[in-house]
Design a protein around this ligand. Structure first.
Ligand code: NAP
Ligand code: GDD
Length: 733
């Protein structure tokens, strides 16, 4: 004890490492007490609930922990004499009812006899102190009346309850026999995020968080019919303190006056998690039954309200929410309720702390354009896609624009020559062809993959055809083998528009490595994001130089490369200074900033995790929507290629009578975002240029009339996916 602390109230708490003890320590420290706590030695760490206290310098000065054990009389007496407390809160106990059937004698020692040990120590040392006994509603057991109040007779139903009855009467007896200030707080169940993990409420909220995180499938419980009066623990420790500030020691019931079954707790908690039917996640395990059960507890706290001015403030649903949110937060799971206010979007911003750190690093280092992060992103991205170089640009569209421009220049294509491109793709794939004064010629797509249909390609080839723009849509690679064969036969170049697909392989070879040039997008909601941005990759050094120059105002790319070289010879330096701002052709300004690249590097570091979660989510949706397969075409892909699940496409089958408009509206009304699959054949701009396209591209028309996509991104958790699945099933009921 420091000399400054001499005038402070001093409290001694047994069970300070438990739920109530830790909240009480918080409360007393806030009231400027000097707090002493009893901790028992344990091989593993048992002070988690007190960790936050040690982050606050002032609190640290006022808390003192002492080793001891409730079963060891001498240590308790010694501590009481040494601390000389004004108030003793005896909260320590073997507090688990089910466990007390397994260790009844130990429970009697720790829960019953410990009270006598402390009371005797007070009596023998003659210390003037107040004493709080943590009594329990379990003492009412097989209840004699409902609700239970201070005068209700006890009928204990477990070794734990019997121990608490013993301790209760010991406390009353010492008050009466020795005129000591002793209170019994007869507290009904009270819970919180600090509740022990084997008590039913916490077991449920942790279990749900695990289910949402995908780390567990089931929750095993015992009797679901028992009813408890559940309150919020921080409010209950306030009641303890209030009891100790009265003129005389007395006994008080502390309760909410509401009772709920375990079933009702499950209803509220799973509902908050967006899971309507908890029965599929909960299994009964008879091991959790108790030989004798307490069926109903309901407290009447009128006396506490009148004498202490205490009443509960947190409602039952609020309590469940506080606990579930805390457990979800600690597992990094986002909680969404079935009464959805937030939309389930097709994409997400998934920026972690590392990304913020990297971006900050750039800002601190003040190198804001192409720097070390850009270089790292380019090198690693190129390697992952089996290309020898990658160039960061400010969008996927810029990447495409450059790819077409570079090839047009290198191969000397003439204006109005043609490039084949799928009839279903984002409009940028075709736009960039036009912007380079070439003509996009559409090819219908496959009914399964929605990618360009190799069987349709040859009939669109003319002597003006120069290239095939292959698009890997929604995360699924196009069928490259037959496309490569056709390209060889007609001497066509391949450009890969892989804006929606990265990090996946077709027959063991990475997408992006098939074309002369391949293009990727890091736009928001793509597999990795830099906000807006893109990469253009190639293994051809001439293309690489051309791309670099075109992206940077047409500068001489040789001097772009040596800009950063610190070890230039004097002659080379002179040459560089003279030539580095020479523009050898017409070019764009398509560069990406270093901040965006830093974001991209952080995202790239997480690519496996992102991809795995998307695949897991897609698989879960496929299984959940499986029963609707007669009506809906779900994503399917051949075993020889991987899927990155940038999106989750769905098309209403031809034989279904369902209207797309109705299904989409149903989903949107339930806050599930949908997007068109974007066939080019019904875009007003292209219709104006080419006339009626729909009749010429039947698969694209079918997709336009019946297809849409939803998200399956990495931030959707089980509750979201169950909610999506449920909404689909409700529609088709
Ligand atoms: P808890 O979280 O289980 O905490 C029990 C505390 O007792 C822990 O700090 C534990 O230390 C300590 N302890 C157990 N055996 C000990 C021993 N032999 N020597 C020293 N310390 C020992 O319980 P709680 O929920 O905070 O409840 C506090 C008290 O109120 C208990 O007496 C309980 O029976 C009673 N009560 C609780 C409720 C309720 O709903 N929570 C209702 C009525 C009454 P470790 O951390 O090392 O395990
Ligand atoms: N623990 C637990 N685990 N209880 C289950 C489970 C399970 O898997 N399944 C059903 N239950 C039922 C129990 O049978 C009991 O009827 C009810 O859920 C509540 O159990 P607990 O949360 O373990 O609390 P308790 O009421 O037995 O005891 C708690 O409250 C008492 C106050 O009434 C403890 O904190 C005691 O220390 C406290 O005195």
């Amino acid at each position: 004890m420091s000399s400054e602390n001499k005038n402070k109230n001093r409290a001694f708490i047994t069970g300070v490492t438990g739920q109530d003890g830790s909240y009480l320590a918080d409360l007393l420290l806030a009231k400027d007490y000097e707090v002493h706590g009893l901790v028992r030695r344990s091989s593993s760490f048992n002070r988690e609930r007190l960790e936050h206290i040690y982050k606050d310098a002032q609190s640290t000065e006022n808390i003192f922990l002492h080793y001891g054990d409730l079963t060891d009389s001498s240590s308790l007496a010694r501590l009481i004499e040494k601390i000389n407390p004004d108030e003793i809160y005896h909260l320590g106990a073997q507090s688990h009812v089910r466990v007390s059937f397994d260790v009844p004698v130990y429970t009697a020692e720790a829960t019953a006899v410990s009270t006598i040990r402390l009371l005797e120590a007070i009596r023998e040392t003659r210390i003037k102190t107040k004493f709080y006994q943590a009594s329990s509603s379990e003492m009412f057991g097989r209840v004699r009346e409902v609700p239970q109040r201070e005068t209700t007779p006890f009928y204990p139903r477990s070794p734990y309850a019997a121990a608490k009855v013993y301790a209760y009467w010991a406390a009353v007896n010492y008050r009466e026999a020795y005129d000591m200030f002793v209170c019994n707080g007869i507290l009904f169940n009270h819970e919180s995020p600090r509740r022990g993990e084997s008590f039913v409420t916490r077991k449920i909220t942790i279990g749900i968080a695990d289910i949402l995180a995908g780390s567990k499938d089931k929750l095993y419980l015992g009797n679901l019919e028992a009813r408890r009066d559940w309150g919020y623990a921080p409010e209950y420790v306030e009641a303890m303190w209030l009891m100790m500030q009265q003129e005389r020691g007395d006994d008080y019931v502390i309760a909410t006056g509401e009772t709920h079954s375990i079933r009702e707790f499950l209803d509220v908690a799973f509902d908050l998690a967006g899971i309507k039917d908890w029965r599929q996640y909960v299994e009964i395990d008879p091991r959790y039954y108790r030989p004798t059960e307490v069926d109903i507890l309901l407290g009447d706290a009128s006396k506490a309200r009148e004498k202490l001015g205490w009443q509960p403030r947190t409602s039952f649903p609020e309590l469940v929410k506080i606990m579930l949110e805390a457990d979800c937060k600690s597992l990094g799971v986002q909680l969404v309720s079935t009464e959805r206010r937030e939309q389930i979007g097709v994409g997400c911003a998934d920026i972690d702390e590392k990304a913020k750190l990297y971006v900050n690093d750039v800002l601190n280092n003040e190198r804001l354009s192409h720097g070390p992060y850009s270089l790292r992103l380019e090198n690693e991205f190129a390697k992952l896609h089996a290309c020898s170089s990658a160039l960061l640009v400010n969008s996927g569209t810029s990447a495409l624009q450059l790819a077409v421009a570079a090839l047009k220049q290198v191969y000397n294509w003439q204006d109005n020559e043609e490039i084949l491109c799928p009839a279903v793709t984002f409009v940028a794939s075709a736009n960039v062809i036009l912007m380079n004064n070439l003509k996009p010629v559409f090819v219908d797509v496959s009914e399964q993959s929605y990618n360009i249909d190799p069987a349709q390609i040859e009939r669109h080839i003319t002597e003006k055809t120069k290239a095939i723009m292959v698009v890997h849509l929604f995360g699924q690679p196009a069928d490259m083998d037959p496309i490569i064969e056709i390209a060889k036969k007609y001497n066509l170049k391949i450009i890969e528009d892989s804006c929606e697909t990265m990090f996946v392989k077709y027959k063991g070879r990475p997408v992006g490595s098939f074309g002369e040039i391949s293009c990727f997008s890091t736009y928001m909601a793509h597999l990795i994001t830099t906000g807006v941005g893109g990469l253009v990759c190639t293994s051809n050094s001439v293309h690489a130089e051309t791309l670099k120059s075109l992206a940077n105002h047409g500068r001489d790319s040789i001097y772009l490369q040596i800009d950063d070289d610190k070890n230039l010879s004097a002659e080379r330096l002179e040459q560089t200074v003279a030539r580095r701002f020479k523009f050898i052709q017409l070019g764009h300004s398509f560069r990406l900033t270093e901040m965006e690249a830093a974001l991209g590097v952080a995202q790239l570091e997480r690519k496996d995790e992102i991809l795995e979660k998307r695949r897991e989510n897609a698989q879960y949706l496929i299984e959940g929507l499986g029963p609707l397969q007669a009506e809906l075409q779900l994503p399917s892909w051949p075993a020889y290629c991987e899927h990155a699940f940038m999106m989750f496409p769905l098309v209403i089958k031809k034989e279904s009578t369902v209207q797309k408009k109705d299904l989409v509206m149903h989903l949107e009304k339930h806050n599930i975002e949908t997007r068109e699959m974007l066939p080019l054949t019904n875009q007003p701009f292209y219709e104006k240029m080419y006339g009626d396209l729909e009749s010429r591209y039947p698969v694209a028309r079918w997709i336009n009339n019946n297809g849409f996509y939803i998200g399956c991104h990495q931030k959707l958790f089980r509750g979201d996916l169950d909610y999506i699945i449920k909404c689909f099933h409700n529609f088709f009921l």
